[in-house]
Design a protein around this ligand. Sequence first.
Ligand SMILES: CC(C)(COP(=O)(O)OP(=O)(O)OC[C@H]1O[C@@H](n2cnc3c(N)ncnc32)[C@H](O)[C@@H]1OP(=O)(O)O)[C@@H](O)C(=O)NCCC(=O)NCCS
Length: 263
Amino acid sequence: MKGTARLPSSPVLTKRKSGARVDRHDGASTRAHLLLPDSIRLTKWPYDQSIALLYATDYNTDFSETDVNKAIDVARSMGFRRVRTGALRSRSATVVAHLEFHVIDELELLGVDPRRVAPTGARHRTRRLAARHLTDAATVDLAAFGPLWSHDEASLLRAQSATIVSRSRRVAANGERVCAYAISGLSNGSGYIQRLAVSPPRQRCGHARLLIVDALRWMARTGATRALVNTSVTNEPALALYTSLGFTRLGEYLVVAERELDT
Ligand SMILES: CC(C)(COP(=O)(O)OP(=O)(O)OC[C@H]1O[C@@H](n2cnc3c(N)ncnc32)[C@H](O)[C@@H]1OP(=O)(O)O)[C@@H](O)C(=O)NCCC(=O)NCCS
């Protein structure tokens, strides 16, 4: 999924007595979790019920062929027609390539020292993105990313719970409660820009710059010395935004891959 690093978790997750981790927001993932090892997850792809999203519970753990094969079986048994991965590092990408997945998007990793970021001097300010704003945030996300790559409310919740600590901010302007939003997070001393979207009619007004500077300053306050983001190699506006803020290309790439399921 574009612009989304996947990391350990989890306000959204509860532990059952058995120890199985269950996502309260999604019946499909609940059933899948009971059948899969703890290291791997399946859930519905936002806005397309025929596609299963496959991702690792811990960003630092690579897929194994055994686990992915198991996930393929479970996805098939649940009636999905395709399995699509989250953003994968090269080792996991190699594993899925052996299992007939093909790459559908390539993402570039960029990084910056958040302590070096200057204030924006912007007119607007950011506000807290609360649970009651998630529907509006999902609407902005859909308009900004389009149906193929956008997040719905459930996947926004997952993005918030992907890091140990999370910060969600919005820009409200022109009578809209959410015309732009960002989800960022911190895990193990690094900051991550998890998601960023600006409503198309409100783009080029400085909202993204404001949100990212806010996120970087928050990361710096917590002592983080590194902030990371990934974005599609074809996403020129996002690449221009991040490089204008001092992010540099790290020469590391992630992929999103998918395969058909013969039913
Ligand atoms: C990328 C995106 C978040 C930028 O939001 P925005 O509010 O329009 O960006 P800003 O107005 O803060 O722009 C800040 C800088 O980014 C760069 N930039 C932003 N949009 C750009 C574009 N379409 N073309 C070239 N550069 C662009 C410019 O350097 C700009 O500074 P300038 O306006 O002074 O030239 C927005 O286009 C968007 O929501 N796109 C779809 C979702 C997405 O790609 N999210 C990020 C995934 S990681």
